[in-house]
Write a protein that binds this ligand. Structure first.
Ligand code: NAD
Length: 481
């Protein structure tokens, strides 16, 4: 595969970049270069913000369109994305190592579903209501678009995480400057083609592939009204500081270290819970923010749970992300592999026991692979139980009783996801209610577009998805009449 792009999608057109700087993504399965795209620098970001500003501020601009008309454009956009499903899936998979089967499920079908969901909400939401005032006259309460949005996303789910921002922003009447991560940019060019083919009006969506500097310039740009960020907790803190100083609204979807609580009645049969457990703990080679990577097992069944998790991890085919049979692909970069291997070394040094994996798969000479790795006898205060590893590494920890399990689950700086595994879903939901995270699943985990998704504590601020995700792009104006 060879992708070369020479222009940037700004103001509804393909424009010449300000410099000849390039981003050259590499295939983590093979270490081969994949092509090149222009790297957006400050001047390009300025041009993108101006285009988004003009589209938003125009007297007959996107923000003033009747919501149903915006919804039609969004639905056409979804259709154009679906028409490019295979190009997007292979672009994502060959850049970040996501197994291509997973990329087909999550990086194509899901984003277009989210676009259609928000198109529906654009139609059904009451953007203006009139309330009886307390002081005599009525009050007209309008929910108006917040303005020009800076959307900054990481490489692990470039399509899903972009759509979590673009879809509600478009439904609200906002315009967007999207900054993809340099590791996963090729797919954003397919998105630009789809937007153009769908007739998304000029300036409503602008794309500036670039690194941290472009992102930082965008966040503090005077033409931006709101920042929507997904990425690491340290970057989120840096962005929140800037937004705090500027009093600029910001939503942050950050890291996680979620708990998977296995209750004592769980059916520990790989044929029954294996697929859902792997999905909830190792999806995308462990490069997923919400994974239940701290598996909490009752002492009475600790050995059984360790055996189950070890057996599942050992059984997963590791291979080239574009190979249909692959379940665990490579990590996104050499640097990311080094980070993950550093954590494995720390886990060993802290006295935890590796029950499977712990190294590089011997069959793979190229590519940034790490074997699916399970640590048993992990202490919850240890580094591998507290920090986000972002690779295929799981910890299994024992607990005494349900109160102890809930205490351990909540003993984390993060609060994004989690799961409860049980034969009794009602009992599972009762335990789930005691866990202080933004989301949690019983016997499964996948963010549902109908419901808010996001984190507490160091996992972020605000929510995406659901009607709540639309509210994040609206602000109220009250007119006393
Ligand atoms: P990262 O924070 O390094 O980068 C994310 C994006 O932000 C990239 O586009 C990067 O160029 C940009 N960026 C970095 N520093 C910036 C700054 N100071 N100002 C503006 N932009 C900046 O994260 P990553 O390594 O690309 O992604 C992995 C992280 O993302 C993990 O911690 C993971 O948990 C998190 N994540 C969270 C969610 C969620 O919904 N909570 C989803 C996926 C990933």
């Amino acid at each position: 595969m060879d992708h070369r792009h020479e222009h940037l999608y700004i103001g509804g057109a393909w424009v010449r970049p300000a410099t000849d700087r390039l981003i050259t993504p590499v295939n983590p399965s093979t270490e081969e270069p994949l092509g090149s795209v222009p790297e957006a620098v400050e001047e390009d970001v300025d041009a993108a913000v101006s285009a988004a500003r003009a589209a938003f501020d125009a007297p007959d601009g996107w923000a003033t369109w009747e919501p149903g008309r915006r919804a039609e454009v969004m639905e056409r956009f979804a259709t154009e994305l679906d028409a490019r499903a295979e190009a997007i899936a292979t672009a994502v998979s060959s850049q970040n190592g996501m197994p291509v089967g997973l990329a087909r499920q999550l990086e194509v079908g899901y984003p277009s579903a989210v676009l259609r969901f928000y198109a529906g909400l654009a139609r059904s939401t009451e953007f203006t209501e009139t309330r009886a005032g307390l002081l005599g006259g009525p009050v007209e309460v309008r929910h108006v678009p917040v303005g020009v949005v800076a959307a900054i996303v990481p490489w692990n789910y470039p399509q899903v995480l972009s759509t979590f921002k673009i879809a509600p922003a478009m439904a609200a009447g906002c315009t967007v400057v999207l900054k993809p991560s340099p590791e996963a940019v090729l797919d954003s060019f397919v998105v630009a083609e789809a937007a153009q083919a769908a007739g998304v009006p000029a300036g409503v969506l602008n794309i500036v592939p670039g690194g941290r500097e472009a992102g930082a310039h965008l966040v503090s740009h005077p033409g931006i009204d709101k920042v929507a960020f997904t990425g690491s907790t340290p970057a989120g803190r840096a962005i929140a500081e800037v937004c705090g100083r500027l009093l600029r609204p910001v939503t942050l979807e950050l890291g996680g270290k979620s708990a998977g609580i296995v209750l004592d009645d769980a059916v520990l049969d790989p044929a029954v819970i294996g697929e859902d457990l792997v999905r909830a703990t190792l999806t995308n080679n462990g490069q997923t923010c919400f994974l239940s990577t701290r598996i909490l097992a009752p002492r009475s069944r600790y050995a059984e749970v360790v055996d189950l998790v070890t057996g599942l991890a050992r059984s997963l085919p590791v291979g080239d992300a574009l190979d249909e049979s692959t379940v665990i692909g490579p990590l996104v970069s050499a640097q990311q592999r080094e980070r993950v291997e550093g954590y494995i070394a720390k886990g060993r040094a802290e006295g935890a026991r590796v029950t499977t994996g712990g190294g590089r798969p011997s069959a793979r000479e190229r590519g940034w692979f790490v074997e699916p790795t399970v640590f048993a006898d992990v202490d919850n205060s240890s580094v591998i139980a507290q920090e986000e590893i972002f690779g295929p590494v799981l910890c299994v920890l024992p607990y005494d009783d349900v109160d102890d399990a809930v205490r351990l689950a909540n003993d984390s700086d993060f609060g994004l996801g989690g799961t409860v595994w049980t034969a009794d879903p009602e009992r599972g939901a009762a335990v789930a209610r005691r866990v202080r995270t933004g989301t949690i699943g019983v016997n499964r985990y996948l963010p549902d577009p109908a419901a808010p998704f996001g984190g507490t504590k160091a996992s972020g601020l605000g929510r995406e998805l659901g009607p709540e995700g639309l509210r994040a792009y609206l602000q109220p104006q009250s007119i006393y009449r």
